[in-house]
Design a protein around this ligand. Sequence first.
Ligand SMILES: [Zn+2]
Length: 326
Amino acid sequence: MEQELVIGIDIGGTKIDVGVIDTSGKILERMRIWTNVHEGLNVIVQNIYDAIEKITNGLKTSICGIGIGAPGQVDVKNGIVLFAPNLRWKDVELKKIIHEKYRLPVEIENDANCGALAEARLGAGSGSNNLIWITIGTGIGGGIIIDGNLIQGAGFAGGEIGHMTMKKNGPVCGCGNKGCLEALAAGPAIIHQIRKAINSGTQTVILKMIDNDLNKITVGIASNAADTGDSLSLKVLNRAGEYLGIGVANLDNILNPEVIILGGGVMEAAGHRLLKIIKNTVQNRALSVAKNNLRIELSKLGNDAGLIGASLLIQRSVDQSNKGHQ
Ligand SMILES: [Zn+2]
């Protein structure tokens, strides 16, 4: 049988990954473009078309569909991005737009849900029907698969793990609430806490590492500083890890998954340290019945989880339509 290929598109607030992916999830061709949100929907879509044109140029195998991961709330039934604040999109009929251009099957899903699908099928949760994917980067997103099904929720807002309230009067979150997990433990929160401590006179080796330029602080630098025993970095990362651990323990108690997988930029930069703290916190806090069989692991697919997951949407839709024909 001829190997069929899928186009995967992973749309983020900063960058868009476009790839040609085979049915085993292998990325054969890929291209990254900048999102340039301020240029608006039409320009972004045109840039995606151009990228597709470039990566499919000279391809001998036919494309059987296009899978798209988009941030925010996605109406998967109708293929509409209902609300994606970091793209400034509201009620964008993306499935229709892309379908009219290519006349191929198009499926669209929330980007974190794509990550969960990819890790469940091909990554750290391979073979598991009950898993939670948490991506910790600029924000904190999540995808939850229980009994083999993604939790979508009544208004397609299920799995918003980053907006669990962890601290009653904590820092204000991008969503407007106070003390969300995202406002306490995502990348910007970690950087903000370090900058604030430096501004109030805390001594740290970080200053040397950033040539005294506070704009250069990253989670990776904090992690390197922590490795040298820097007390500020240790304090801030330990605190973020503990909040993440509490979030993971709560999720474990509620949903009792087999595996919780952690990915995203923060985990890539400081994963070894945070994973240890998260595991300890879960050990101390989760119900023993819930934690006994739980695995907590770092992502295997890393930055590619969203793109690979987007391509799996097409396989999933083919599987579903086959079931319908039986
Ligand atoms: Zn929030």
